[in-house]
Design a protein around this ligand. Structure first.
Ligand code: ADP
Length: 291
């Protein structure tokens, strides 16, 4: 089984000609809400990728947004461990999406901030624990420490980008970052190989958008080109990548195969609007890989 511990946010998305500058008001166009949050997106991607059972530990408020997020996760067959907070709003994200596919995002974390070390469920039966950085850093570290103690492989998607204490990195088995996150975590901006050389984690995967991804493993460097698609919204591409990768690793796939499956799933996610709603099924991913 896979346990995802992380955030759930309701995304409020408005499309506009451009992202507003400070002090500017932009008249946008269509508006929609989508279930999102890095943790929940990755849990949905993991569950859709199938194989093992996926469970998620998350914090929610008592408002109607919580019901929408819970329903989306249950629809995807994710087993839920909910920390219910009466005194905090459910997490929300305010997203402006421009016509040239740029975005500007403000997150109000709310109940995601309530996750604490003591909320982690028993790890019996869990093979992989998947973490991100939209929950408190000390909680992420406590969960990674518990995983190490229980013999569970800890996978960290270091997003949103922030510098990480060495004590946390030591507890991570697989680190997934995009190029910007790599620079922040490694503390250098001299390219991918310089960044990879500075990070002391057994396996580091770097995603590079339409240029694909690479992984530095104990056996050397793996490169996986992106699948060519017509991208309309890259929201949750990285999350789909992480969830699909961990599902494949949970099934015992070799890293090279897991990278290929994650690339196919995340490419398909780029062809659809939204976050959890854009995650493809395992059959759709298999069809793209066979084409
Ligand atoms: P993030 O969204 O976290 O910044 P990336 O942009 O690196 O992450 O995207 C994650 C993965 O999604 C990439 O490694 C790639 O496999 C896939 N992907 C992203 N953008 C595209 C695209 N335009 N076409 C095909 N695949 C893409």
């Amino acid at each position: 089984e896979v346990l995802v511990a992380g955030s759930a946010n309701l995304d409020f998305v408005v499309r506009a000609s451009h992202v507003p500058a400070p002090g500017e008001t932009v008249l946008g166009r269509d508006f929609a809400t989508f279930p999102g949050g890095k943790g929940a997106n990755q849990a949905v991607a993991c569950a859709r990728a199938g194989g093992a059972q996926t469970r998620m530990l998350l914090g929610l408020g008592t408002d109607t947004f919580a019901e929408i997020l819970e329903a989306s996760l249950r629809d995807a067959q994710v087993g839920l461990h909910i920390v219910r907070c009466a005194d905090r709003a459910t997490g929300t994200a305010f997203i402006c999406l421009s016509d040239d596919a740029e975005n500007a995002i403000t997150v109000a974390p709310g109940a995601n901030e309530a996750l604490r070390a003591e909320h982690l469920p028993d790890l019996a039966g869990i093979g992989h624990l998947l973490l991100q950085l939209e929950t408190p850093l000390e909680t992420v570290e406590a969960y990674a420490r518990a995983a190490r103690a229980a013999g569970v492989r800890a996978v960290l998607n270091a997003a949103p980008a922030r510098a990480l204490p060495a004590g946390l990195l030591q507890l991570i088995d697989v680190l997934i970052v995009n190029e910007g996150e790599l620079a922040v975590v490694a503390g250098v901006r001299d390219g991918i190989s310089a960044g990879l050389a500075r990070i002391d984690v057994p396996c580091v995967i770097v995603t590079m958008g339409a240029r694909g991804c690479c992984a530095r493993t104990g056996d050397g460097l793996l490169l996986q080109p992106a699948f060519e698609v017509d991208a309309v919204d890259t929201t949750a591409a990285g999350d789909t990548f992480c969830g699909t990768l961990v599902a494949a690793l949970g099934r015992g796939e070799p890293m090279a195969d897991a990278l290929r499956e994650a690339s196919a799933a995340s490419a398909l996610a780029c062809t659809r609007l939204g976050a959890q709603s854009s995650v493809p099924t395992r059959a759709e991913v298999a069809a793209l890989m066979a084409s």
